[in-house]
Design a protein around this ligand. Structure first.
Ligand code: ADP
Length: 444
């Protein structure tokens, strides 16, 4: 490249010197140099025109070989031709990748939708047309929330928290249950994956209905059995002594069954009934005071010390029965699993993120590897200890569901020997001040 440039410079210098010499010989050096420069300019202008024509002809077609050129112009023509070829090759390669991606997503059962940073539809596969009713090219660049108008979707999309998927029926076929998963990428663009989960959803509904129905059907027989056993035990003096212990055990077990059925029914209702829209404003301090009193009664014999710390000005927008059930489960657990004379505290405070309600005990604590599984149904750290205390293994599953229905979550921290801390975290939009609560619902 440098040698081309240098030889062109050399050639130019030689021509200039030759012109100067010829001009000097005929006695008109300026004129000869001027004529020479004009010829030189014309030569370069011609080469430029060839380059221009070639580039113009190549604009919309495959690059044709460059015009024949010498010296520096030959290098320029060849260099541009090489760059053009490289660009075309890269373009063809990219196009083939895009074609392959489109072909493979076209064959997918799952809908794939690309959304621009202005929330308009950029591209979607055939499954998206089938599941969501998008029509090409009519819906291109239309805002996605204009095409899927369900308030739940608009809320989910607007909030931008996509860590858990959204389940919603299809806007074109209500019989289809869809699962939406959205990921952000690039410069505010989004990729939306939509899966048909109708089959799974039906099975899940069948499971929930089955558990609900079985618990419901078993409730009456168990209540009758427990009732008779209770009556028989009340009349102990008329029963042969050898039957006394078996009857007591039968009574205990039937009570356990009653508890399990009660908790299963509660869970099934939490799972199947949609969260109530008519929420009251619950004064947290009085709710916690009531729970504390109940727990004190339950743990009367253990002489445990209960403490309560909650600002009377905190109100929660929620379902009072569900909230009572959740916090009471945690408090009764603390009482159940903490040794006699132990300390149990209930304390609630607001932060910028919302509300925290903490139930803390100085009981035996829980080993770290159990903690992630505690909210699973029937998961118990110590089977014998839990059944001795009348536990069903469903309490924390109920707590988790209730908090999820209030937009919150359960956080568990524990250290063996030191005790445990169960924190209910509720979002800021659930917290009201006394003033707000009174203006909303005087009865709350
Ligand atoms: P259970 O009805 O058996 O108490 P839960 O779902 O309420 O069921 O609790 C699950 C398990 O978590 C319990 O079996 C117990 O082992 C453990 N656990 C719950 N709360 C505490 C606590 N405060 N201290 C120690 N262990 C606890």
């Amino acid at each position: 490249m440098i040698s081309d440039w240098q030889s062109a410079l050399k050639r130019l210098t030689l021509i200039f010197l030759a012109l100067l010499l010829a001009g000097w010989l005929i006695g008109a050096p300026a004129l000869v140099v001027l004529v020479g420069t004009i010829v030189y300019l014309i030569y370069h202008l011609r080469q430029l025109r060839r380059l221009y024509n070639w580039l113009r002809d190549n604009q919309n077609s495959e690059p044709s070989p460059p015009p024949e050129g010498h010296g520096i112009w030959g290098f320029v023509f060849d260099g541009i031709y090489l760059l053009q070829r490289r660009e075309r090759d890269a373009l063809t390669h990219l196009r083939s990748i895009i074609d392959k991606a489109q072909e493979s997503t076209g064959a997918l059962e799952m809908a794939v939708v690309m959304i621009s940073n202005k929330n308009g539809l950029e591209w979607w596969n055939p499954a998206a047309s089938r599941l969501l009713g998008f029509q090409s090219p009519k819906d291109r660049n239309q805002p996605v929330t204009n095409l899927i108008r369900e308030p739940q979707f608009i809320d989910y999309y607007g909030k931008g928290h996509f860590s858990s998927p959204l389940k919603l029926s299809s806007p074109v076929n209500p019989a289809l249950m869809l699962e939406f998963q959205i990921t952000s990428f690039g410069d505010g663009e989004r990729l939306m994956l939509v899966r048909d989960i109708s089959q799974l959803y039906r099975l899940e509904m069948m499971r929930k209905d089955f558990v609900g129905n079985v618990s419901h059907e078993l409730r009456t027989p168990i209540t009758v059995i427990t009732g008779y056993l209770e009556t028989m035990l009340d009349d102990r003096q008329n029963i042969a002594p050898r039957w006394s212990r078996p009857l007591e055990q039968m009574y205990q077990q039937s009570q356990r069954m009653e508890n399990i059925i009660r908790d299963l029914l509660t869970l099934s209702q939490l799972e199947t009934r949609s969260a109530s829209k008519q929420l009251s404003a619950v004064q947290l301090q009085s709710l916690l005071r009531e729970i504390k009193q109940d727990a004190e009664q339950v743990s009367q014999d253990k002489k445990q010390v209960f403490q309560l710390d909650c600002d009377p000005d905190i109100y929660i927008r929620g379902n009072i029965n569900e909230l009572y059930s959740a916090i009471s489960n945690l408090t009764i657990n603390a009482a159940k699993y903490t040794q006699a004379g132990g300390n149990i505290s209930l304390n609630a405070y607001t932060t910028r993120d919302g509300l925290t309600i903490k139930v803390t005990d100085n009981g035996p604590g829980i080993e770290a590897h159990h903690i992630p599984r505690l909210t699973e149904r029937f998961y118990r750290v110590d089977e014998s200890r839990s059944t001795d205390t009348g536990g069903t293994g469903l309490g924390l599953a109920i707590v988790k569901h209730v908090l999820a229905r209030h937009g919150g979550r359960l956080d568990i921290a524990s250290k063996i020997g030191d005790g445990s801390q169960f924190s209910c975290l509720l979002p800021a939009d659930r917290v009201l001040t006394a003033e707000q609560a009174n203006s909303r619902s005087p009865a709350g």
